[in-house]
Ligand binder design. Structure first.
Ligand code: CS2
Length: 491
């Protein structure tokens, strides 16, 4: 079948929206590290909508690991389909903002040349939590991380995003080119500050002569939001039928999208506000709200739902008791911990989240969200628990989410079948819990992970007792019974 490309674009059915600018005029202004589905359904779409105003903000998408995206997009001239769907219908649109794709392990030099080019004024990232090579509990660079050690020894051939950024900054400093703006788009609290911290520390370890230059780099924080499940084969097939040409790399998402950004771009930026992005002086209150309400609920849904046999988030939401559990978690346990946001309608935001989780047409797998729990738990559930403990308030639903993670991370489901656990700490967790069946011993073993729980929660007897209690119930009666216990709960 013919592929989607610049050549076939004019022949697509008229109902399918497409770039409203001349792609031939677009040049690279942004290098994006981590060109996965999320970036292509979020920042690349905002950029696509404003390229007609200034074509100098095209995106060079870099894969830090596999060649899949480049192999799929190159024959399509970087074009791909965005399918937006909810229970009411769907729309298709062709996105054209990605004009170059590079595979870092194949040619690190090409990536560095692009990053060091004066035309590159923004380097953005979606490399997931673990891509920051940091200690998730403290946010500091993990100096012992294998990628950090590798990149310090091989500066011209980095592996990690941090290694690429610092080497590119060194090249720019040497050539007398101003630093690009660094834009973290990952789900971390104050993501710009985290990025600045790890990049600065790495630069210090590498060459103290870089310190002043790196200190001057702008790292605005952002809150990004759109639910983007992994694309399924059935999506690809349906999209090919609708387009009349094959698209090997479409993305599927929901109608909702949100992007809140701190306006600190010394070398300029696209007019993303024209596509609905919101620029604010300080993003952290938005980020905390989103991480604790959306992502905290997501992780709870993922672990409990997976254990109860739900394959997708919508299926997990349909389990008897799950919706009241999640509503109560958001309303009674998370919301009281959130910083005030003047004029913001929190109950409406929570209702919208419930509707988004219930979106029947998104097949968002619980297994996908369950990935990398050790990197996600600190900002999604544990920070909230800390605040609740400080206030002397209850956190029964939050602790259930953490206990469900413990069952999941240990790697055995309720039928004693192995779970395919994807987590940088999976090996360590399996080793430390092997042969343990007593909830108290399992909790004690896992709480010793101070890079997840921090010294404070690791040693907190009250927290431990609650975890042991929740884990014992999950082991004895199972996740389904635990969830249905919240059926009648009202506050
Ligand atoms: C999800 C997020 O996979 C996950 O961990 O919680 O990717 C979530 O879908 C996005 O943050 C929504 O903006």
């Amino acid at each position: 079948m013919t592929r989607l490309s610049n050549g076939t674009l004019p022949h697509l059915p008229e109902t399918i929206a497409r770039p409203d600018y001349d792609r031939g005029e677009v040049t690279v202004g942004i290098v994006h590290l981590g060109i996965g589905a999320f970036h292509r359904a979020h920042q690349a779409v905002f950029t696509d909508e404003v390229l007609a105003r200034d074509p100098s903000w095209g995106i060079c998408g870099v894969s830090l690991r596999s060649a899949d995206t480049r192999d799929a997009l190159q024959p399509q001239d970087g074009l791909y389909t965005l399918k937006v769907q909810d229970g009411l219908g769907e729309t298709l649109r062709i996105i054209g903002s990605v004009v170059e794709t590079l595979v870092a392990p194949e040619d690190p030099q090409a990536v560095l040349v692009r990053m060091a080019d004066p035309a590159t004024r923004i380097v953005s990232l979606t490399v997931t939590e673990k891509g920051y090579c940091h200690n998730p509990a403290t946010g500091a660079l993990d100096d012992t991380h294998p990628d950090v050690l590798h990149d310090l020894q091989n500066p011209g051939k980095p592996r990690s995003a941090i290694g690429f950024i610092v080497e590119a900054l060194a090249l720019r400093q040497a050539a007398g080119i101003e630093a690009f703006t660094l834009l973290s788009c990952d789900n971390l609290p104050s993501n710009g500050d985290v990025l600045k911290r790890v990049v600065s520390r790495f630069a210090d370890l590498r060459d103290p002569g870089l310190a002043a230059f790196v200190a001057g780099v702008a790292c605005p924080s952002t809150m990004i939001d759109r639910i983007v499940p992994a694309t399924a084969e059935s999506d690809r097939a349906a999209i090919a039928v609708a387009l009349g040409v094959e698209d090997a790399w479409p993305v599927v998402t929901e109608p909702f999208r949100q992007w809140v950004i701190e306006d600190d771009f010394p070398l300029g930026r696209p007019q993303w506000e024209a596509a609905g992005a919101v620029f604010v002086p300080e993003v952290s209150a938005f980020e905390t709200m989103k991480l604790r309400l959306l992502n905290g609920s997501h992780s709870t849904l993922a672990y409990l739902g997976y254990l109860a046999g739900a394959e997708t988030v919508a299926q997990a939401m349909a389990l008897p008791g799950m919706q009241p559990l999640i509503e109560g978690l958001m309303r009674d346990e998370v919301s009281p911990t959130l910083p005030a946001l003047a004029g913001f309608d929190l109950p409406a935001y929570r209702d919208a989240l419930i509707a988004r989780f219930n979106n029947p047409s998104l097949r968002h797998r619980t297994w996908q969200i369950a990935m990398d729990g050790s990197q996600k738990l600190p900002q999604r559930l544990l920070a909230t628990i800390r605040d609740r403990m400080r206030a002397g308030a209850s956190y029964d639903r939050l602790v259930l989410g953490v206990a469900a993670w413990m069952v999941y991370a240990r790697g055995l489901d309720e039928a004693r079948q192995a779970i395919d656990v994807r987590d940088p700490l999976a090996g360590r967790i399996a080793a430390m819990t092997q042969g343990l069946y007593d909830p108290e011993e399992i909790v004690a073993a896992l709480l010793s992970l101070t890079d997840v729980f921090g010294g404070d929660l690791s040693g907190d007897a009250g927290f431990k007792a609650k975890l042991v209690d929740a884990l014992s119930r999950l082991f004895s009666t199972g996740a389904m019974a635990e969830i249905s216990a919240w059926r009648e709960a009202r506050g």
